[in-house]
Design a protein around this ligand. Structure first.
Ligand SMILES: Nc1ncnc2c1ncn2[C@@H]1O[C@H](CCC(=O)c2cccc(C(=O)O)c2)[C@@H](O)[C@H]1O
Ligand SMILES: [Zn+2]
Length: 351
């Protein structure tokens, strides 16, 4: 790409690759690279996960959301020791740093590990050790969102709330509390007491909603779970009043375009409602969700957004700043990344 020429007619990849970014919606286990997955699968030959990274492409082709969760859990099954947890977390940070991600909020489901007999304190020590190493070595700041796997029931919710609020256990890097997994048959209001506890302990509320069910789930997340950002929120487009509400209250959406196609929540990228969200004045952030499982990464999601939203370099820089604004970083941290984005963009556009 030639500097100074309008991006619209050019390939945006080079600009995006160097653009400093923040990632707000990315799952810990869902970020395991094919190399890590095949390494773990080889360590645990009883697993049905392929050891050949090429075979993983087929394995990571999903017929629907339920199939995605089934495959996701087979990868969760590969993580069996605190050392597996530390290695995964550190490698995820390395992949983020390579994409110029300066700050990421990583969604972790601690219950999935403690129920697989990983000691809770050893688990927390493993993620914190990786977080500190990543910040020192790559300059990427990681923070955690602990999420309830909704379909696993209220015992899992109780355990997740305990791990997130008990001062003897909760890790220093924890900033938010989430809710993931299937939405069908898993009403949001039942999780209110757990979100209340997490919020009282100073955590921010970031449930998934409106990914596989309609706008009423997003309303539930706002009303009952006091959501400050919505994971996906894809089907919000079906309710104009909800779009207005999200815009007015400045509730950001964590949009993950390729994920929605891979899990068949949306039929094609061209039908993705992200453009309607922007038109409605909603603070849209672009994210990768479970990048290797969906054959994507954050840079590719920005390229997808550039196409769907018809963005030039300034537009992409504004999108990157949306994620900084919507993050749970402190003001000084936000200002640093915003400045970096401005400096990078000005340098790129200078004749
Ligand atoms: N696009 C997504 N949309 C929603 N969620 C997503 C997405 N990507 C990844 N997740 C993750 O999937 C987990 C689901 C885990 C789950 O349901 C479950 C049920 C029963 C037992 C167990 C177990 O561990 O034994 C787990 C969520 O907590 C979430 O972190
Ligand atoms: Zn997600």
């Amino acid at each position: 790409m030639t500097r100074g020429e309008p991006l619209r007619t050019q390939d945006p990849h080079a600009f995006i690759a160097g653009l400093p970014k923040a990632e707000l919606h990315v799952h810990h286990v869902g970020s395991a690279s094919p190399r890590i997955v095949s390494e773990l699968a080889a360590r645990h030959p009883d697993s049905k996960v392929p050891t050949d990274p090429e075979a993983l492409v087929d394995y990571f082709t999903f017929t629907d959301f339920a199939h995605f969760i089934e495959v996701y859990l087979s990868v969760v099954d590969l993580i069996r020791t605190p050392e597996d947890v530390r290695l995964l977390t550190y490698e995820v940070a390395r992949d983020l740093a390579r994409q110029q991600v300066r700050y990421a909020e990583l969604t972790i489901t601690p219950w999935s590990s403690t129920r697989r007999n990983i000691d809770e304190l050893a688990f927390m020590a493993a993620i914190e050790d990786a977080r500190k190493a990543a910040e020192a070595e790559f300059g990427t700041v990681l923070r955690w969102c602990f999420d309830i796997p909704g379909e696993a029931g209220l015992e899992a919710a109780e355990e997740t709330a305990r791990l997130a609020t008990d001062d003897r256990v909760r890790p220093e890097g924890l900033v938010s509390f989430g809710l993931g997994g299937p939405e069908i048959g898993v009403p949001r209001p039942q999780f209110k007491p757990y979100f209340d506890r997490a919020i009282a302990a100073g955590l921010r509320s970031v449930p998934h909603a409106g990914e596989t069910t309609g706008p009423e789930t997003v309303w539930d997340a706002l009303t009952h779970l006091r959501a400050e950002r919505i994971g996906h929120g894809t089907n919000s487009f079906q309710d104009p009043r909800l779009l207005e509400h999200l815009a007015e209250r400045r509730i950001p959406l964590e949009v993950c375009p390729t994920s929605n196609i891979a899990t068949r929540a949306v039929r094609t990228l061209d039908e993705h409602p992200v453009k309607e969200f922007v038109k409605a004045g909603i603070l849209v952030t672009i994210n990768s969700d479970d990048p290797p499982m969906f054959g994507t990464d954050l840079n590719n999601e920005y390229a997808v957004a550039a196409r769907l939203l018809d963005l030039d370099e300034q537009g992409l820089a504004a999108l990157a700043k949306n994620a900084v604004d919507a993050s749970f970083l402190d003001e000084a941290g936000k200002a640093r990344i915003r400045d970096e984005i401005d400096t990078y963009t000005a340098g790129w556009l200078a004749p």
